[in-house]
Each structure stands twice: as C-alpha cells, then as structure tokens.
Design a protein around this ligand. Sequence first.
Ligand code: ZN
Length: 293
Amino acid sequence: MARTLRFVMLVSALLFAGRAIGQDAPEWTNPFPPYRIIGNLYYVGSQGLASYLITTPQGNILINSSLEKSVPLIRDSIEKLGFRFSDTKILLISHAHSDHCAGSAAIKELTGAKYMVMDADVSAIEDGGMLNFGLDSKYNASGASHYQPVKVDRILHDGDQVKLADTVLTAHLTPGHTKGTTTWTMKITDGGMIYNVVIVGSPNVNPGYKLVNNALYPQIASDYERMFRVLKSLPCDIFLGAHGDYYGMEAKYARMKEGGANPFIDPEGYKSYVAEREQAFLTELAKQKQARQ
Ligand SMILES: [Zn+2]
C-alpha cells in the first residue's frame, strides 16, 4: 500500500514537473492487453507505443519507457502478466524521442533499473531532448518534445551486448531518425526452435525533417542510408518495432488469439516493411534535393 502511494505521488510529481509534450495521439495512451509474444518476450506497451519485457531468472529487461503518463500502464501490464515491476533491472530505449523515453526518469527511480543508451543519443537523454537534430534549427523550439533529463548508467556503442542471465540483446546503431536510434536484436528459443528477433528503432522521416543542408545534423541523409543497409542485413523471424503500426501489431495480436501459427513470425513482412520505408526515404530525399535547385 505504502509503495503504491509512493508510486502515485512520484508519478504525479513528475507529470506536474514535466514540460508540455503537446498533443499525444490517443492510441499512444490507450491501454492494450499485455501478452506473451514468444519465449520470454512480452508486449507491455499501449495501443500505439510499444514496450517490451524480457524476463530472466535474474530480473527483467524493459525496452521503451514511453511517455511519463505511460509508466503506470507499463507497470500494470507487467503485473497483469504475473511479474514484478520492481524486478526491472535494465532499461533500454528505441531512440531519444519523448514517446519512447520520457518515462525513464520515473522507471529508474521506482525500480532502480540501470539505464543503457546508445552513445549518439546520450546527450539528448541527459539534457531532456532539448534539440531535435532532424529538424531545422529555426523549427526546433516549436518541434522539440522535451522530457525529464536522466543520467545514463551505461553508454552503448554499435554492436554492444546487454546480458542478463541467459538473455543477450545486441544494440545496432541505426541512425537518421535520431543520431543514436537503436535496433535491438536477440535470439529466442521457443518450442525447441531458435528465432531471430528484430525490434526496429525507427526508419521514419518525420514531418519537418531536413535531409539536405541540415546544420544540426549534416550527415543525416547518409545516416539514414547506413540505417537501411543495417536493417537489410539483419536476419529476422520475429518482426517488432518501437510502434505497433510498424508491424501490424493489433491485427497480429487478434490472429494470435485465434490460435495457429505465431503471427509475429513474419520474415517477409519485415523485408517488405524495410523496402517500403527505404522508398519513402528516397522519395523524400529526392524531393528535398529538387526543392533546393
Ligand atoms: Zn521518434
């Protein structure tokens, strides 16, 4: 009871102290039933913001703290699955935008989890996302979404592994959307089979992103190109991402409830998603180059 009260007070205080995030899409805060995806990997996010729990005998790993107001939802989801929120030992993110990392301050405080972030996103996390490097400097003040600055406990580099018990996650630098956007991979054993899991960090060019002559992020276009090369090189059986709409989460969840083959095993869906997103990037890049001439 005392712990619950402390939780409510802390979350309220953080929400109150938090700067305006702007209008969030309603699906970002709509609760979604938590469920097991495969093996020791679970979905604990909302309808629109994906969070993943990987359970081990030595505690759990959480990927994506989402918004400040997502924290009670994530905690409820973890507890509904029969796990303890306080067993969260490691906190990871997809990238340093508020819809994936603004809840990190509260989660670190409540669970004592170690926060591990890709090197190129660390400055954003530790200054509370004051600059959105994708945007032109003159749009930054209005376009940035700020969050509570948080101290990073371990700085990750491309290819680094995060280990807990028998679970090993690999951090792949897939930059462009942010400088340190991270795609997580792991191998999961289920029913005697080994599956390659890919959790895509974000391949998207947001509205207002400047791919040409971006003073805050001069190498943005070549970083996107690098990111697509990396995504195309990753073996993928289980296709996941920072938002459920990358991989048709809701439709796959509905199919899973009907039984039969696990719909999250979708190597073809992964390939066509990456190809489609690369085309969207190339189209936008060509448009921006054209506009400069
Ligand atoms: Zn983002």
